[in-house]
Design a protein around this ligand. Structure first.
Ligand code: ADP
Ligand code: MG
Length: 490
């Protein structure tokens, strides 16, 4: 039987959602977790596979210490307890993309336990999402269902790539909170240089467990697991859809089935993939071919010493030491390399607000237009601070600097800002009689506006100044212009 049932959103206030996320993060090591096979993305299928990745009899895995170190960094960054004796287990199941018939994973001794992910909510408040665990494991191969008319093809290149899985407690309440959570995880893995965070290519993958229950209830509803969201906004969309679907189902007298669902990004809907009839029995048993990893105090100290500053620390310094607004600071620390670029400039120039604007507005605008990252930006921090000091000393105006000098300097980076200002005759014109002439022109052109101004609409001052600047091609000294306009208007 099918229901077509329209429910008003009002009913939704009687329910609340419970959400826990499981995030798989592919670690950026050059070789796999237990073999020397390359982990490079995009190679010819089945060329990065050794007998170890394929689980041939007698093949012996070995630890990749780089992967363990990266995993520890994530745990330290999230204030987790780091497990000292790490054992490995085999998780057995049959699937075409799993050549060995089992995955090596951490079962009863996850590397990291507890820990929290702080997220910022839309209203500016903070909330902490608790972590259940972070454990190390290896990735499977990849089935490709759309490459051949009749058969599913399989590529084992990915099999054995080191992963960590971050599992949250069911503390998340909405699609927006999930969005903030995944965004924070992605920002961290990028800061730590342990993963590129690319969800389209699958180096970061998120499964969302979602249930609903009557508001205030202590008993969770049956959860549904949604997979295949290839962007953070799709994680939010899938969750929002699923919450609505479950509530409507319950209101229509139905009951939520424990199942795995996929997400259709075009339709914005989820669809059933498989029912969870019983608890899977993976017959976990200790991996006999790998010794446990022992984490010592010395190892912990060494890994800590290699960690970069985290975004929260930068944020605190940007707001407290440099006096940036919360907004400016959070835009800057969203991207590690923008934050580093800002800090290099801050050692050369103390007009922090101006530096921040150059990074977040002018430079970012240029990068977006040209599809570049700030690591590919052709100008050195010194060259931008030189522009700022030319503005601050009154040599050029801000609009000349950003619209003329900046693009010219990108074309001729070796010439230097000062030379270009001379060559292109960009200096500010502070000749009062030149500016006065332009002011007269503008006032003559807008007699009605002049009247409005004189009858009290003082906000029009900026418009007159803007018109004068335009006519001077951005070169009129803004201070003198302001004074002259104000004087003339009386
Ligand atoms: P499973 O054994 O099915 O994998 P787990 O207990 O390991 O389930 O939990 C997996 C994820 O699901 C965790 O992120 C957890 O927070 C979340 N979760 C558990 N129960 C619920 C629930 N009733 N509703 C929503 N999420 C849940
Ligand atoms: Mg589980």
């Amino acid at each position: 039987m099918r229901f077509i049932f329209v429910v008003s959103m009002d009913f939704h206030k009687d329910f609340e959602a419970v959400i826990g996320l499981e995030i798989h993060i592919q670690l950026q090591t050059l070789s796999k977790a237990f073999s020397g096979d390359s982990t490079e993305y995009g190679g010819m299928p089945n060329t990065q596979v050794s007998p170890i990745s394929l689980g041939h009899p007698g093949a012996l895995p070995m630890h990749n210490h780089g992967a363990i170190e990266m995993s520890m960094k994530m745990g330290i960054a999230l204030n987790c307890d780091i497990t000292r004796v790490n054992r490995y287990s085999r998780k057995n199941y049959f699937y075409a993309d799993l050549p060995k018939g089992y995955q090596i994973t951490q079962f009863d001794t996850p590397l990291c336990t507890s820990g929290v992910v702080p997220i910022k909510l839309k209203d500016g408040t903070e909330k902490s999402i608790r972590l259940t665990r972070i454990h190390m494991e290896e990735d499977t191969g990849k089935s490709m269902h759309d490459q051949d008319m009749y058969d599913t093809l399989v590529d084992y290149n990915r099999a054995g790539t080191p992963l960590i899985e971050v599992v949250s407690e069911p503390d998340i309440k909405s699609g927006d909170e999930a969005y903030a959570f995944v965004t924070e995880i992605r920002r961290l893995v990028r800061y730590l240089d342990i993963c590129d965070g690319n969800m389209e290519e699958g180096s970061l993958r998120c499964d969302a467990n979602i249930s609903v229950m009557p508001k205030g209830s202590k008993t969770f509803g049956t959860k549904v697991e949604v997979k295949n969201m290839n962007s953070i906004s799709n994680v939010k969309r899938a969750i929002d859809f699923e919450i609505q679907r479950q509530i409507e189902l319950i209101l229509a007298g139905g009951k939520v089935d424990g199942e795995t669902r996929g997400f259709n990004g075009l339709a914005g809907t989820t669809f059933s993939m498989r029912k969870k009839e019983a608890v899977n029995d993976y017959r976990y048993f200790p991996e006999p071919d790998l010794p446990p990893t022992l984490v010592t105090d010395e190892m912990l100290a060494e890994v800590k010493s290699k960690m970069p500053e985290l975004p929260r620390v930068l944020y605190d310094r940007f707001t407290k030491t440099y006096g940036l607004s919360e907004y400016d600071a959070s835009v800057l620390v969203d991207d590690k390399y923008s934050a580093l670029y800002f800090e290099k400039m801050a050692t050369l120039c103390h007009n922090y607000k101006a530096i921040s604007n150059w990074v977040t507005v002018t430079i970012r605008g240029y990068l977006n237009e040209n599809a570049l990252t700030i690591q590919e930006f052709p100008l050195e921090p010194e060259q931008i601070t030189e522009i700022i000091s030319l503005i601050d000393s009154g040599t050029i105006t801000h609009s000349i600097a950003s619209q003329k000098l900046f693009p010219e300097l990108i074309k001729h980076p070796t010439k230097g800002a000062k030379t270009l200002v001379e060559e292109l005759n960009l200096s500010t014109n502070s000749d009062s009689s030149f500016i006065e002439e332009l002011v007269d022109q503008v006032l003559a052109e807008f007699p009605e506006k002049v009247q409005e101004y004189q009858s009290g609409k003082k906000g029009l001052l900026g418009m007159f100044v803007g018109e004068v600047m335009k006519r001077s091609k951005g070169k009129a000294d803004p201070k003198i212009t302001n004074q002259l306009v104000a004087n003339k208007l009386g």
